[in-house]
Write a protein that binds this ligand. Structure first.
Ligand code: KG4
Ligand code: ZN
Length: 336
């Protein structure tokens, strides 16, 4: 069989990344230039800074990705690029680079939905995954619960009505002055805390749908912290982090279990930056084990934004001939 090498480009948020993936499943290189140092002091991603950094980083990142893969540019069968959802400035940098490569090498330009990328990160782990599955995508911008049966076949069961799960982690981390990105820092602090110390609300869980809401939880944590500060008391930082993290996990898991039972699937896949949270994985794994349902998740480096997941989707899209002309544009609010 002829090997198919796809170059994947990701620039929708604050990671500039390029990767080469063989036959949709084998990572030959996955270069990720994180811009986190430049955004940290602002407590979140500043779109204007992100665009400029993508411009600076894209060429060196692309060069390194192809070099590390140990192939020649001429071996590439296609170039896959995230065209949404995300920050328009960043998306345009990746798309422009992809067009230049497609034109120069005379290879197909493959437009990839970033959210499909997160799902397909699970196909790069060597795990045998047999759709249909329930997929929970939890990132800085998204909280989507899906019934996934094949590429392009996503039934959205539920979404967040306000903040995304990762956004909630980032906002709480800012309040606790932990810095950005919040998720990994809260997770670390939570290890030293009691997750049952503080009882936070779990909005919408009693209702008969699959949607999420995290803004009420965010307000509850804020109010709790403000009340203690006003009384001049010290914040129980670790307990706060642990109780918040546990509440988010409980909310997510309740919805996943409901979806598993309703749809009768045998596997669940996690994707997106928050899928890197080990407490979430542990608790979900335990619940699913008792139902005889398997749980799949990528290693942390494939949970957050990366080019390899984009290349993987690109491979499967190319098999179906789903490619684009050079008129491809960014779609910042693209849905699945
Ligand atoms: O998928 P991603 O890299 O970017 C988006 O597409 O949004 O996700 C980034 C989000 C951030 O909100 C970050 O705080 C969160 O994922 N995150 C985590 C963890 N690692 C990253 N949240 C909880 N626990 C973690 N270990
Ligand atoms: Zn993402």
């Amino acid at each position: 069989m002829k090997e198919i090498y796809i170059l994947g480009i990701e620039s929708s948020c604050d990671e500039t990344s390029a990767a080469v993936v063989k036959n949709g499943r084998e990572i030959l290189s996955n270069v990720i230039a994180s811009q986190v140092d430049w955004h940290q002091k602002f407590g979140g991603v500043v779109p204007e800074i992100a665009s400029r950094k993508h411009v600076e980083l894209i060429n060196p990142v692309l060069k390194e990705a192809v070099e590390k893969a140990g192939i020649d540019w001429s071996a590439l069968a296609g170039v896959a690029v995230t065209y949404g959802p995300g920050l328009v400035g960043g998306l345009l940098v990746g798309i422009s680079a992809a067009k230049a490569i497609a034109l120069t090498l005379n290879i197909p330009l493959i437009p990839v939905n970033h959210l499909a990328g997160h799902i397909y990160a699970n196909f790069l782990t060597g795990d045998e995954i047999n759709p249909p599955v329930i997929c929970l995508t939890v990132s800085g911008g998204h909280t989507d619960l899906l019934y996934f049966s094949d590429l392009g076949q996503y039934e959205v069961l539920g979404r967040t009505r306000d903040d995304a799960a990762g956004e909630a982690f980032d906002k709480i981390a800012r309040v606790l002055k932990l810095g950005y990105p919040g998720g990994p820092r809260i997770e670390k602090l939570a290890r030293k805390g009691n997750e049952f110390a503080i009882d936070f609300p779990k909005p919408l869980l009693d209702q008969d749908h699959y949607d999420f809401s995290f803004s009420g939880l965010k307000t509850a944590v804020l109010n709790y912290a403000n009340q203690l500060t006003q009384k001049g008391e010290e914040l129980p930082m670790a307990d706060l982090a642990a109780s918040f993290q546990r509440t988010v996990a409980d909310i997510l898991i309740a919805r996943v279990i409901k979806a598993v039972n309703t749809k009768g699937v045998k596997s669940v896949i996690l994707s997106g930056g928050v899928a890197a949270n080990s407490r979430l994985r542990e608790l979900l794994q335990k619940e699913l084990e008792s139902l005889n349902v398997s749980l799949h998740y990528p290693p942390p480096i494939l949970c957050t934004d990366n080019g390899a997941m984009i290349a993987s989707v690109g491979y499967f899209l190319l098999q179906r001939g789903e490619i684009s002309g050079l008129e491809l544009n960014a779609v910042p609010n693209l849905h699945l």
